[in-house]
Design a protein around this ligand. Structure first.
Ligand code: HEM
Length: 157
């Protein structure tokens, strides 16, 4: 997903080389815009109500992380990709809901963010331009989203 965003916004490449804050925000935004894990599962511990929907105790509730990330009440213009969305001073890692939330939030979230930053910094340091050369193909599973084929042309620095 990040590579697709860079192909659509080549101007980000030089900016990501040395701006660590933007790099982190870019990785967070990529995860918000197109979360690799779409759903989480919870079991209701008690009878409750969520957004007007009654939920009885022991019901299994499917939480769509992809929809959380596109919630207009939480994110301005949620269907647009904005690399600097998480650059604001009040933004914090837990704002990215693609790692889930609560006690069972992803245990590897920080590691995943740092790994993403390293990968995209190294890519940005080596490449001046990225261009998609054909329509990418996605894995069709609903829960874990990824590409099965993504062919790009790169111009090396
Ligand atoms: C971009 C990469 C990753 C994404 C998008 C991701 C996403 C998620 C999500 C959505 C959950 C469910 C959270 C919930 O139900 O609230 C989860 C759980 C978990 N993840 Fe990740 N994950 C990533 C990378 C990693 C890595 C690198 C590790 C370990 C090194 C890891 C370890 C775990 C573990 C142990 C849980 C279960 C936590 C629990 O149930 O208490 N994840 N992850």
């Amino acid at each position: 997903s990040g590579i697709r965003q860079l192909a659509a916004h080549n101007d980000l490449l030089p900016r990501l080389r040395h701006d660590n804050a933007l790099l982190r925000s870019f990785v967070q935004e990529t995860l918000r815009y197109d979360p690799p894990v779409q759903y989480g599962i919870r079991v209701a511990a008690q009878n409750t109500e969520l957004a007007g929907v009654p939920i009885t105790r022991d019901s299994v509730v499917l939480v769509c992380f992809g929809a959380l990330g596109r919630d207009p009440a939480r994110f301005h213009d949620p269907d647009s990709f904005a690399a600097d969305r998480f650059l604001t001073p009040e933004s914090e890692p837990r704002d990215v809901l693609s790692f889930g939330l609560g006690a069972h939030r992803c245990a590897g979230a920080e590691l995943a963010l740092v790994t993403g930053e390293i990968a995209f910094r190294q890519l940005a340091l080596r490449v001046d331009a990225i261009r998609e050369t054909e329509q990418p193909q996605r894995h069709t599973r609903a829960v874990v989203r990824r590409y099965t084929r993504l062919i790009v042309d790169v111009t090396r620095q």
